[in-house]
Design a protein around this ligand. Structure first.
Ligand SMILES: [Zn+2]
Length: 462
């Protein structure tokens, strides 16, 4: 090794050793990604005051969804009835008189320990963000760009976004966003978000038609990667978006789910289903199960079904999904997304239970990857390394940790990586395995050393 190469190798090693690791974010909502600081920078500081007044000036700035939340009903009604910035300021100021208008607005973008009810805050933030971005495509581009400017490479190694239709219909914005990510050597997929409520028909039928039309018009666009049946945050076993489900709605749900699975199957489009976040049974799950059970030819099922959450999975659900994945004719390809911080913050999930669920999925031969589910709202705590550490602290077995690290560093199913990305991923994987498990297993250290030497050799060859 000559001197320059030696220095380069040491620099490479140091780069890999000192930075935090995220290994991608496989469950994210595009509009929840930028932090308040990114947004403030992207709007040249206007978000603090002028924007705030616009955002809260309507009488009903928060969507109906918030009303359905069973939590702190009094507070929510108060916010809805008096939805102005002044009232919101007063509301937040009651407990925290020192806060400025900027602090208060920021408080509605990011969940901090000060929030009395974190689920409501998350929903409020979602609504405010949707409202903010709806006619400002440039702002989302600029704020994602701000985020990427300072994001470490590994943070953006893989990103899979749920994208609301009001963003997806701006073709130029989507193309620009994809370019921003590919410049960072990031594998990126954008899934069109179709809220689950639209599948039940009624007054929502038009919205579903609109979304399916948007999808079919843009099938061939490189940024239209898949379909996301979203909206499980307020699910319960008996209700769909807060409403009782009648026979008619069940029938419509079945027809629509079948239709979407077929579109996905015929076009080889992956699907993510926001599910098992708070519920694991009831009409949605029955229909989901039945539709897949009855689909025995290739084209009626998605090439891959990403299950959006693991929080409410139980033994019965895992057994059913396993049966579908192991059957002889047309086995279904499932992948699970664990969003630990989101489940802990929004649904009071216990980390020990999440550990058990991931281990159980591994025992059943399923792949589990990690996501943030709102990095800009939930904060930097929701990154891969910290999640791994939490799992480790809560007693996860080394075998499962090792598997999570390995699966996090595989390409997104169906996507190709450049040799550079491959090397970067490999280096990340080796480094993380050493950090997380090196002290436990000598065997693993040896394996990692071999892996690392392999990477160095690769760079030497270039
Ligand atoms: Zn989500």
């Amino acid at each position: 090794m000559n001197f320059v190469r030696k220095i380069a190798t040491i620099a490479l090693f140091l780069t890999f050793s000192i930075r935090p690791t995220q290994a991608g974010n496989e469950h994210e909502h595009l509009q929840y990604l930028p932090s308040y600081l990114d947004l403030e920078a992207a709007s040249n500081g206007t978000i603090g005051d002028i924007q705030a007044i616009q955002l809260f000036s309507d009488r009903r700035p928060l969507a109906q969804k918030v009303e359905l939340s069973r939590f702190n009903k009094k507070q929510i009604n108060y916010l809805i009835e008096n939805g102005s910035l002044r009232m919101l300021s007063e509301y937040l100021a009651t407990g925290y008189p020192e806060q400025t208008a900027d602090d208060i607005l920021r408080g509605f973008f990011e969940i901090t320990e000060f929030h009395p009810n974190k689920l409501d805050s998350y929903l409020a933030s979602t609504n405010i963000r949707n409202k903010l971005f709806i006619n400002q495509e440039k702002l989302i581009e600029a704020s994602v760009s701000k985020y990427l400017e300072k994001a470490i490479k590994s943070e953006s190694i893989k990103s899979i976004f749920s994208v609301p239709s009001f963003m997806m219909e701006k073709k130029k914005t989507m193309a620009n966003l994809q370019k921003l990510y590919s410049m960072k050597d990031c594998q990126t997929q954008f899934f069109l978000s179709i809220p689950r409520g639209q599948l039940y028909g009624g007054s929502n039928a038009g919205n579903l038609d609109y979304n399916l039309d948007l999808l079919s018009k843009n099938f061939n666009e490189p940024w239209m990667s898949g379909i996301d049946i979203s909206g499980s945050i307020l699910e319960s076993n008996d209700l769909a978006n807060g409403a009782d489900i009648d026979k008619n709605m069940k029938k419509t749900l079945e027809t629509n789910l079948k239709k979407i699975f077929r579109i996905s199957g015929e076009n080889k489009m992956p699907i993510r289903i926001h599910a098992y976040e708070r519920a694991n049974a009831g009409s949605f799950y029955n229909t989901f199960w039945k539709t897949l059970e009855n689909c025995k030819q290739v084209d009626c099922a998605p090439p891959i079904i990403r299950i959006g959450h693991i929080n409410a999975l139980d033994e019965d659900a895992i057994k059913k999904l396993r049966r579908l994945s192991k059957r002889k004719s047309n086995p279904i390809n499932f992948l699970f997304e664990a969003n630990l911080e989101s489940n802990q913050i929004l649904h009071d999930a216990k980390i020990e239970d999440l550990v058990k669920k991931i281990e159980q999925l591994h025992r059943n031969d399923f792949t589990v990857v990690m996501g943030s589910d709102g990095l800009g709202i939930l904060g930097s705590d929701s990154n891969f390394k910290r999640s791994l550490q939490k799992l480790d602290d809560a007693g996860m077995r080394s075998k499962s940790i090792e598997r999570l690290i390995a699966d996090a560093h595989r390409p997104i199913p169906g996507m190709k990586m450049t040799p550079y990305m491959e090397a970067l991923m490999k280096a990340e994987e080796v480094k993380l395995k050493l950090e997380m498990l090196g002290h436990k297993q000598n065997r693993l250290i040896d394996k990692c050393k071999i892996g690392f030497n392999g990477i160095l050799r690769q760079f030497k060859m270039k």
